[in-house]
Design a protein. Structure first.
Length: 137
């Protein structure tokens, strides 16, 4: 699998009665078997306030890559795809429980994620040879 881009952003209200401003969208664009795919993860923005529970980071941005700050919303979709490769058959998922998000973040090698972002920023897609590289030992 070749990771091409990872981005995240806060949704904004389109209608006054819409709950969209409570959510973040995280997106990972990747190439698998010669086909470009995108996985979108929608999750409650409130979870960003709990990042210290599940990650080595204490706040957003979680780390700085070469030229940009990286936020939780930028890494969630990538982590989901790494933890559950079967998600490559899906286009979108929705995470609405702390327990579910925590299960994705458990035992992730976060410094390895930083390598992915450095590579992408240098316009070099990141090749994942084995998902095991992204797990803490």
């Amino acid at each position: 699998m070749r990771i091409v881009a990872c981005n995240g952003y806060a949704l904004e209200k389109e209608k006054s009665n819409s709950p969209e401003d409570f959510f973040n969208r995280s997106t990972v664009k990747y190439i698998q078997a010669g086909e470009e795919k995108v996985l979108n993860v929608l999750y409650l923005r409130y979870f960003d306030e709990m990042i210290a529970r599940w990650t080595p980071y204490s706040q957003n941005p979680v780390f700085k890559s070469l030229t940009r700050d990286i936020y939780m919303a930028d890494i969630i979709a990538l982590i989901c795809l790494i933890k559950e490769p079967s998600l490559s058959s899906r286009k979108r998922i929705y995470i609405n429980s702390e327990k579910e998000l925590a299960s994705y973040l458990l035992n992730i090698n976060f410094p390895k994620l930083e390598e992915v972002f450095r590579s992408i920023e240098q316009a070099k897609p990141y090749d994942i040879k084995t998902y095991l590289d992204f797990y803490q030992s």
